[in-house]
Structures are given as structure tokens and as C-alpha cells.
Design a protein around this ligand. Structure first.
Ligand code: PGA
Length: 246
């Protein structure tokens, strides 16, 4: 029996202040009424403890590899957990490009997340250059083998496939491409690690209400990691509903 779950995960990136907590509450309210999906909001670290009593599952957007130490400006997974998170995104392409994070760093962050009791949402995805050169699967294979640690289980790890060229651009691969890539990713995960085939694999990159139902209907897509369209309850709730109906 598969242990895959359906996830509606929002990634607020560096957006959101206390004025936006009303959206967290509205999303939490909608989540209570929807059966069969897990809704997670990955908030800026500054908002986590403020949103902790919303009842929604919360996540951070990055963590350090160490549980504490002299690392000015960084946040430990233990601190995210203490602030109310139960998930953390690691290896988002914006971290890979803005902060030069490599696969080995991401694997170490995922292990730090596990040690703190968090579920790691590990992101993978090819650049436009790789996509155009037909290297997508090679890139994903390398990222999986380098950034998904052995010991990944459906309880401690979720994978998000996010083509870098689809993030924030309004562009997406075709549904056929998404399905084919997700099936390949699942095969790669299965051969990489024991429980790999059972991990939930989310699609991310310009998911919105208008395309959510079509993407979530694909058999190897277990939900979405949603950036821009997760910031406002009015945009995200229809996406959650499309997932619940899929
Ligand atoms: P987007 O971002 O939905 O705004 O394209 C997705 C992400 O970066 O996680």
C-alpha cells in the first residue's frame, strides 16, 4: 500500500509580515474543511511563532546544517521546530542560486531537519539551459543522488520537482512532460533509496488555480509547492480544493 500523501504546500519566500496573518487563518480554516490533503505553509521564519496557533502545518524555507553555533543570520532546524514548524524546504533553486548551495549541503540540511523532527521538503529541478539541451533527467538524477540522503522515508521527506524556468514565470512544462518527469523521478528515488518509491513528489513552478486541477490529476503528481499563488487565501484555497478533488 502506498504511503504517498497529497500536499498543498505554500512557499511564501521573502514575503509576508504580521499584516498577512489573516491569510494564514483563512487558509487554516479552509484546510479544516478539506479531507484527504495536507496543507503546509512555509512562512518566513519571523512569522512562524505568530502563526503557530492557526492549527495549520507550518514549515521553514531553509535551515542550517548545525543544530546551533556561531553562524550569524542562519536558522537551525531545531529553532524552526521550536517556533512551530513541522516541515522545512531545503535546496530550493533560489537557495541554490542565491547562496551557492550544493547537493551535499542540501543533504546535510535534510539530515539536520530530520534530527530536529522536521519533514524535509527537498527541491530538485533543471534550469532552462538544461531543459533546452535535453539534460533534465541527468540533472535530476544527479540532484537526487547528491541531495536526498539515505534514510529518506515518506514520514521524513517530501520531494518537490520544480523546473527552475517555471518558477515565477507563468510558464510550465506540458502535462505530459510533468507526468513523464515525475514517473522518472519516482523510479530514480526507488533505485536511490529503500522507501524512495513511496515518497510524495510535488510539482512546483507557476501552479495557480487555472492549471492546478490538470496538474494534480496526473498520476505521479502528489500535490504542489506553490509560491506566488500561496500568498493570498483567495488564490491558494482554490488550489487546495483542486487537490482535494483530484
Ligand atoms: P511559483 O514558485 O509558484 O511562484 O512559481 C514556486 C516555488 O518557487 O516554490
Amino acid at each position: 500500500m502506498t504511503q504517498r500523501c497529497k500536499f498543498a504546500a505554500g512557499n511564501w519566500k521573502m514575503f509576508g509580515t504580521s499584516a498577512d496573518l489573516s491569510h494564514v487563518d483563512a487558509i487554516a480554516q479552509a484546510a479544516r474543511d478539506l479531507a484527504g490533503i495536507v496543507t503546509v505553509l512555509c512562512l518566513p521564519a519571523t512569522l512562524l511563532s505568530r502563526a503557530a496557533d492557526s492549527g495549520l502545518a507550518l514549515g521553514g524555507q531553509d535551515c542550517h546544517t548545525a543544530s546551533q553555533g556561531a553562524h550569524t543570520g542562519d536558522t537551525a532546524a531545531t529553532m524552526l521546530a521550536d517556533a512551530g514548524a513541522s516541515y522545512v524546504i531545503v535546496g530550493h533553486s533560489e537557495r541554490r542560486s542565491d547562496h551557492g548551495e550544493k547537493d551535499a549541503d542540501i543533504a546535510a540540511k535534510a539530515q539536520a531537519a530530520w534530527a530536529a523532527g522536521l519533514t524535509a521538503i527537498i527541491c530538485i529541478g533543471e534550469t532552462r539551459k538544461d531543459y533546452e539541451a535535453g539534460r533534465t533527467l541527468d540533472v535530476l538524477r544527479t540532484q537526487i543522488s547528491g541531495s536526498v540522503p539515505q534514510g529518506a522515508t515518506p514520514q521524513n521527506t517530501v520531494i518537490a520537482y520544480e523546473p527552475v524556468w517555471a518558477i515565477g514565470t507563468g510558464l510550465t512544462p506540458t502535462s505530459e512532460e510533468i507526468q513523464t518527469t515525475h514517473a522518472e523521478v519516482r523510479d530514480m528515488l526507488a533505485s536511490h533509496t529503500g522507501d524512495g518509491a513511496d515518497l510524495s513528489v510535488l510539482y512546483g513552478g507557476s501552479v495557480k488555480a487555472a492549471n492546478a486541477a490538470e496538474i494534480f490529476a496526473l498520476p505521479d503528481v502528489d500535490g504542489g509547492l506553490v509560491g506566488g499563488a500561496s500568498l493570498k487565501a483567495a488564490d491558494f484555497i482554490p488550489i487546495m480544493k483542486a487537490l482535494a478533488a483530484s
